[in-house]
Design a protein around this ligand. Structure first.
Ligand SMILES: C[S@@+](CC[C@H](N)C(=O)[O-])C[C@H]1O[C@@H](n2cnc3c(N)ncnc32)[C@H](O)[C@@H]1O
Length: 207
């Protein structure tokens, strides 16, 4: 990512936030509790939605320019116990079985290896722990849109910080060993057509 991308990220996504993302973030994060790790936190769009039952929040963002904006937002928030880290989702620097929940919103599209990233999430979650996800994905039931996603992907990932338009994140989670407890599939309104299909919900690391 670049300083420029970090600068335009919030205004770029503002209409989509109002149209749907803020409601989805609030609904998703209501499930967070205990010790929570958020990966790829960007400019901190989730921080105002964490509920009281979160005791400790570890927020990671590998991009220095996004992290700077995250730190600014955090300094104006009422979050009690939070730490900011710079590791990526593939290199989570926390102990095995150490967190109650991991949060990822619009991140699995951008990681280098979704399988390596999800394996790390699985490793650090306690048995029974929750992976709270909200991701844009491949248009599994719309072959016409999927064709366009596949066509545009090589260009889009170059200009948008490695964001892939056609990831099959539900499949990757299941293959990593997660049990999908809840999943909602919806169109991300006011977003470009090729990133509109989304999934959000709760995946569990089995006991
Ligand atoms: C589209 S933004 C989403 C930001 C934020 N999570 C949100 O919901 O608005 C994608 C974020 O993923 C981060 N990212 C990219 N590669 C990553 C990786 N390998 N591990 C963790 N985060 C990554 C980017 O730096 C960026 O902040």
């Amino acid at each position: 990512m670049s300083r420029f991308f970090a600068f335009i990220y919030d205004p770029m996504i503002a209409k989509t936030e109002t149209a749907c993302l803020q409601d989805w973030r609030k609904e998703l994060l209501a499930n967070a509790y205990g010790t929570v790790l958020e990966v790829g936190a960007g400019t901190g769009a989730n921080i105002n939605f964490y509920p009281e039952q979160v005791d400790k929040l570890i927020i990671s963002e590998p991009d220095e320019f996004m992290r700077k904006r995250l730190l600014e937002k955090l300094s104006n928030s009422s979050l009690k116990d939070s730490q900011v880290k710079s590791f990526g989702m593939e290199d989570i620097n926390l102990a095995d079985n150490s967190v109650d929940c991991v949060v990822s919103t619009l991140v699995c599209c951008s990681v280098h290896s979704p399988y390596d990233a999800l394996k790390q999430v699985y490793r650090v979650l306690k048995p029974g722990g929750l992976f709270l996800f909200m991701e844009h994905v491949a248009a599994e039931n719309n072959p016409g849109r999927l064709k366009w996603q596949n066509r545009i992907n090589p260009i889009w990932k170059r200009i948008s910080g490695n964001c892939h338009t056609n990831r099959e994140t539900e499949k990757y989670m299941v293959e990593t060993g997660f049990t999908i407890k809840k999943i909602t599939k919806a169109s991300m309104r006011k977003a470009p057509a090729f990133v509109r299909p989304t999934i959000r919900g709760i995946a569990v690391k089995p006991q």
